[in-house]
Design a protein around this ligand. Structure first.
Ligand code: ATP
Length: 583
């Protein structure tokens, strides 16, 4: 990335994230300057005490000067406290906005983006980038302002006190910059390596633990333990590599500083002996020299991190600039009332370069049930996904009540569509929260009614805390059959005109199967339903069965007509439901 791009990125960052907090940001920088200026005062007072007050034996002046030193440090303390607090407030404000923007953007991106398995890793990396940005937003300007103001004012004062001794004292600055620059450069490089290793260690661990049942089943615990242990050792080595530089940086810099101090003592001491400077001036020199060490190290370290900051910021904006593939068209309007007719007109679709639907035409009248049947990979799920516009055909149209889906806003379109998918996701929260997901603020009675219609009420009431029982990631794990009924209740409460159903393939006991079937019957009533059918009940009740093969509807009709036709469907049906071939 060129420096012009860097500048553009920085300007964009400042405009978007710093400008809304510019006054607080500026106050914090000003406080850094004031803090430095306050620190410059005590050595001058000490010099005055040594050179004038002590030789004159002026006790009241001694008390006044010492008291002033206390006051100066008191002010310094207050300012340091405030700037730490406000500095963090600004940085946290920026970070929290970065995170919100990131999440909103992540939500807006289309399914085609989320399909990439790498999104989890990408998100983790961007969160890492945000942490880098936060760190530098707070400490970067502080380090630079402190160093610039401290070095320039201290140098000015030293030259004012005695230019010859100032030259000796200042030789330490370039030495410190070079040493700290080189060491911290290597240190950050090593820390980058640590981060990479840590990320890969957590990736491996996560993958490994999610496959724990396979590991146990195949008795491969030792092999996996060795693999993790190797990753862990890599992380350990890189971390210790970084620690090596940390261990050298501060003691090394302190040593250089103390060599400078010794030089000042030798030259300054000799000058004081010859009467060229006072003992007070020599003391002030020594004190000022002590001030230089930390600002220099911090600035050099921040400069090193600056590159990382720019890279993180660039990645963040690159990500924020990814446009959602599917969004509201400028003329899109709200879809208010829906009759429920769903149509596909010669729809062609591909995932990236893989052609999946090759001219699909469907008409579902309001209230009808369409069952999609066909071999695995034929394109059934893809057909269903086009209805809420998760994806878009590259040729042909999908229509609701005769209007192209693209005429409507995504949100209003999806508000009329309910989905009950295989292995539906339950969020962390209570059973009631999960049922009310599609209708936030639903009354308790509505939730119970939906659960009753979904044949879920009985088992929910038997849970330890009934509707308040925690489920999802943090809570109780429901059985497949129970989960399905909770998601049916969720769809019932949403009360959509159009229902998309991907029936679960996993089998449940006949009693539960019957409960689910009845619940689905109630859910389907009065709605247009497009179902990926795995249940005989759905197939038999369907107004139309569409047999999907290689992205085409190759046969259509009801069950009996298709069986009579004795084509692909009949063959598939016999194989799939072999025990029922007599039907
Ligand atoms: P199944 O009954 O096994 O669920 P299906 O009929 O529902 O199959 P689809 O899930 O629609 O079939 O998949 C159709 C084809 O598209 C398959 O070859 C599949 O590999 C591919 N496919 C599905 N989803 C994606 C995706 N997100 N990105 C790329 N290819 C995909």
């Amino acid at each position: 990335m060129g420096s012009w791009d860097n500048l553009k990125c920085l300007t964009r960052f400042a405009r978007t994230y710093i400008r809304p907090r510019i006054s607080r940001f500026a106050v914090v920088q000003l406080m850094h300057v004031v803090a430095v200026l306050l620190l410059l005062v005590p050595p001058l007072l000490i010099r005055y005490i040594i050179d004038r007050v002590v030789p004159e034996g002026n006790l009241s002046a001694l008390l006044i000067c010492s008291g002033s030193i206390v006051v100066v440090f008191g002010f310094f303390g207050v300012i340091a406290g405030l700037k730490t607090y406000w500095g963090h407030e600004v940085a946290q404000g920026i970070t929290s906005r970065l995170r919100n923007d990131l999440y909103s953007h992540f939500q807006e991106l289309s399914m085609s983006f989320h399909d990439h398995k790498k999104t989890g890793g990408l998100l983790a990396r961007i969160v890492d980038d945000i942490n880098v940005i936060q760190e530098i937003v707070h400490h970067g300007p502080e380090a630079i302002v402190l160093a610039v103001v401290m070095i320039s004012t201290t140098a000015g004062l030293l030259f004012y006190l005695d230019w010859r001794l100032a030259l000796v004292a200042m030789t330490v600055v370039p030495l410190l910059v070079i040493f700290a620059g080189k060491t911290s450069g290597r240190m950050w490089q090593q820390f980058r390596e640590v981060r990479k290793r840590k990320a890969s260690l957590s990736d491996v661990l996560e993958e490994n633990l999610s496959g724990i049942s396979i590991i146990k089943a195949f008795g491969s615990e030792d092999r996996e333990r060795r693999a993790i242990s190797e990753q862990n050792a890599g992380h350990y080595r890189s971390r210790m590599g970084a620690v090596k530089y940390v261990s050298v940086l501060f003691p090394g810099a302190l040593f250089i500083n103390n060599v400078g101090l010794a030089a000042v003592l030798v030259f300054g001491g000799a000058m004081a002996m010859g009467g060229a400077i006072s003992v007070g001036t020599l003391t002030a020199f020594i004190l000022y020299l002590g001030y230089l060490l930390h600002p220099i190290i911090r600035m050099v370290m921040m400069m090193e991190q600056g590159g990382q900051f720019l890279a993180s910021m660039e990645r963040f904006f690159d990500y924020m600039d990814i446009a959602p593939a599917i969004r509201d068209l400028p003329a899109a309007r709200n879809l208010d009332r829906v009759q429920g007719e769903v149509k596909f007109e010669d729809v062609h679709f591909r995932y990236e370069d893989k052609s999946v639907l090759n001219g699909v035409t469907i008409t579902a009248q309001p209230g009808q049930m369409i069952a999609l049947v066909g071999p695995s990979g034929a394109g059934k799920t893809t057909i269903v996904r086009l209805i809420p516009r998760f994806y878009e055909p590259y040729q042909g149209r999908v229509l609701i009540d005769g209007r192209d889906l693209r005429d409507f806003t995504l949100r209003s379109l999806r508000s009329h569509i309910g989905m009950v998918m295989q292995d539906d996701f339950l969020f962390s929260g209570s059973v009631a929260d999960n049922i009310a997901y599609g209708k936030p603020g639903a009354a308790a009675e509505e939730i119970v009614e939906a659960a009753t219609l979904a044949n879920a009420a009985t088992f929910i009431e038997q849970l330890s805390e009934g509707y308040d029982t925690e489920v999802g990631k943090r809570g109780l794990r429901l059985s497949e059959g129970q989960k399905q009924r909770v998601s049916i209740a969720r769809a019932i409460l949403k009360d959509p005109r159009i229902l998309l159903l991907d029936e679960a393939t996993s089998s449940v006991d006949p009693e539960t199967e019957l409960l689910i079937q009845k619940a689905l019957d109630r859910l389907r009533r009065g709605r247009t339903t497009v179902a990926i059918a795995h249940r005989l009940s759905t197939i038999f009740r369907a107004d139309q069965i569409l047999f999907v093969e290689d992205g085409r509807i190759v046969e259509r009709g009801n069950h009996h007509s298709l069986i009579e036709q004795d084509g692909e469907y009949a063959r598939f049906f016999r194989i799939q439901f072999a025990t029922l071939s007599a039907v």
